[in-house]
Write a protein that binds this ligand. Sequence first.
Ligand SMILES: O=c1ccn([C@@H]2O[C@H](COP(=O)(O)O)[C@@H](O)[C@H]2O)c(=O)[nH]1
Length: 244
Amino acid sequence: MKSAETVSRSVTDSPIIVALDYNDRSQALAFVDRIQPASCRLKVGKEMFTLFGPQFVRELHQRGFDVFLDLKFHDIPNTVAKAVAAAAELGVWMVNVHASGGARMMRAAREALLPFGKDAPMLIAVTVLTSMEASDLADLGLTTSPADYAMRLARLTQTCGLDGVVCSAQEAVSFKRELGAGFKLVTPGIRPAGSEAGDQRRIMTPKQALRAGVDYMVIGRPITQAAEPALALCDILASLNGEA
Ligand SMILES: O=c1ccn([C@@H]2O[C@H](COP(=O)(O)O)[C@@H](O)[C@H]2O)c(=O)[nH]1
């Protein structure tokens, strides 16, 4: 069996994954040091990984957080398989690929994780980015709706044996009905009432997303760009617990 870096998984039932999209490591860690691993998991994406690399992920692990490495691998099967195995060696909790990379690519990624056994990260695939709407698909020559195209990619992902998909919370009810409760739904595009949608198009509030049955909601700017990010996280958690 291949070994992952020794990382003890945090024990949290929080559905929140905070997208740590900062360009400043100290600012990111100042926020992280004000929250608890029981409150949320953390997502490291293309910006922070490009700036600060695997060492930054290790620093989050040392602080007890589970990390979703959101690099959305999309390449030939051999390259994606090796990248996913490198993520597993780093000990991340979750890693992802683009479903539009196709079935052979997704199967290669899944097979690359087999040697890690129970230490393998969850492997999920991005369906249709939550920033996309029908007109964006039309630009690509796709005349289907984002929800229908996302469903098509989610079915393919499930057939390939992955653990779940990234989709919009707007798609959660129909995906859970069709793909089953065990197939994980990870949903960015979460916006508390009154917060800016920005570049996101298929959005829902945290409470709506929870009711729709998502497993994990990814929240970035509504927390990280708030005047008090740790307080913004607390407020969202309270709203999910029916306290606000
Ligand atoms: O379809 C997708 C896939 C990934 N993301 C990522 O989630 C966060 C969302 O951040 P916000 O600031 O809450 O919009 C960001 O890191 C994206 O890269 C996504 O938004 N949609």
